[in-house]
Design a protein around this ligand. Structure first.
Ligand code: HAM
Length: 419
């Protein structure tokens, strides 16, 4: 027997309704804000992620599924959706259709991480990218959409945390201060952080092991230039006017290198160690970096698996997908074709029908119907056919009636709406 690859999941059965629900709420939310779907390939040139996500990040250093294809090209399964979206934006000259461009995506991402609850090697993101606006109005739109999406899902136990990473110059100053701070305690931090100290000191704030050292580190917000401070301030005040609750976290840095300016994360109260259900922020230099014109942009992505854990933990009621509503049983040569016609007629009426495709007696068919949790059963028998009637049975109550052929769909609909 073959087994699925570590860190991947088969998604089926009771969980499917969560996937339908989240995808539906996601599509409906972003439609209202004018976002259009983009579906990029699952794999890209490795260099795309190295250039955008950053050479020194954990994603590029340790987590990418990279392989050589038969043509000798280095290929990587996408670890995130922003770089592919921007690659597509540039490659397809989308700038020509006017800015800002509003795009969204839903799909699988791949990171070679140590699997645990809420952390997988194949996981799924819903994300949006707002390409081409440097205004704080864009920052607030993106955070507003993230908040609206969480609310529409029915979640309440979450928190939006925000920070500003300033511009390149601000970060230079800040990195100097961080280096001074960590220089004194370098022998105490983990081995990875010792390396990160020289390659990308911001990453030390992100370390899951050395959290206590980060708490007393200098804050980037003390190093913001006037423009970045103003942008951050305006974003916060618009959020306040919209009554969107947020918490400032001056040591939030995010795990990807393309960010600048306002960044944010959404944490859920009941997710434990992997509490971030989503994250995002500005990446004003990325479009240019990937060969496009200077195009300030930003976005966010949510982890669908983590949203499902959050929905379950908050006991948000999710409607069952309407399936297996009626079982159509039949007895005899002639009845089986009539039963098939009746099934099709019911399906024309948007009713989910399971038609018996096995050579089974009536009691076996009824047992099967019960196992499938069908609400109603229609029994088409030879005797009844002669009188042009069928039997309609409520499998939950045991009630049954004979109905004429012309009234099957109408009566079935009525019974279904009552059950
Ligand atoms: P990220 O913070 O790396 O950002 O990922 C966003 C979300 O994806 C996380 O908050 C988490 O819910 C989910 N996620 C990440 N890794 C895993 C994993 N191994 N297993 C399960 N869920 C996971 C980005 O990917 C950026 N591209 C977001 C963005 C869009 N920024 C601007 N635009």
């Amino acid at each position: 027997m073959y087994k699925k690859i570590k860190g991947t999941e088969d998604i089926y059965g009771k969980d499917i309704k969560y996937w339908y629900y989240i995808e539906k709420v996601a599509r409906e939310t972003v439609r209202l804000y004018g976002y259009h779907e983009i579906r990029t390939p699952i794999f890209e040139q490795t260099e795309l992620f190295v250039r955008s996500v950053g050479k020194e990040t954990d994603i590029v250093q340790k987590e990418m599924y990279t392989f050589e294809d038969k043509g000798g090209r280095s290929i990587t399964l996408r670890p995130e959706g922003t770089a592919p979206t921007i690659r597509a934006f540039v490659e397809n000259s989308m700038v020509a259709t006017g800015l800002p461009k509003r795009l969204f995506y839903i799909g699988p991402m791949f990171r070679y991480e140590r699997p645990q609850l809420g952390r997988q090697r194949q996981f799924h993101q819903f994300g949006i990218e707002l390409i081409g606006s440097s205004s704080p109005l864009a920052d607030t739109e993106v955070i507003l959409i993230a908040d609206k999406f969480m609310k529409k899902l029915g979640l309440v136990d979450y928190e939006i945390i925000i920070n500003s990473l300033g511009c390149e110059k601000d970060r230079q100053e800040y990195k100097k201060a961080l280096k001074e701070y960590y220089a004194n305690i370098l022998d105490k931090v983990c081995d990875d952080c010792k390396k990160r100290y020289n390659t990308n000191v911001l990453r030390l704030l992100d370390c899951k092991i050395d959290v206590n050292y980060a708490k007393n580190a200098p804050k980037i917000t003390d190093f913001l230039c006037d423009d970045c401070r103003k942008h951050y301030q305006e974003t916060k005040s618009i959020l306040e006017e919209l009554e969107i609750k947020y918490k400032e976290e001056p040591r939030l840095v995010r795990g990807l290198d393309y960010y600048n300016g306002v960044i944010f994360e959404i944490h859920h109260g009941k997710l434990g160690a992997q509490s971030a259900v989503g994250g995002g922020g500005r990446y004003d230099k990325l479009v240019k970096e990937l060969g496009g014109p200077n195009t300030p942009s930003l976005g966010f992505a949510m982890g669908i698996e983590r949203l499902i854990i959050a929905l379950k933990n908050e006991n948000v009621p999710i409607k069952e997908v309407k399936n297996n509503e009626i079982y159509v049983a039949h007895l005899g040569e002639k009845a089986r074709v009539v039963a098939l016609e009746i099934s099709e007629e019911l399906r024309e009426n948007s009713i989910s029908v399971v038609y018996n495709t096995m050579e089974r007696g009536l009691s076996a068919q009824l047992k099967h119907a019960a196992r499938l949790k069908c609400k109603l059963c229609i029994i088409v028998g030879e005797n009844e056919l002669e009188r042009d009637v069928v039997v309609l049975r409520n499998l939950e109550t045991g009630d049954q009636v004979e109905i004429e052929r012309d009234f099957i769909a109408g009566t079935a609909k009525e019974w279904l709406s009552e059950s």
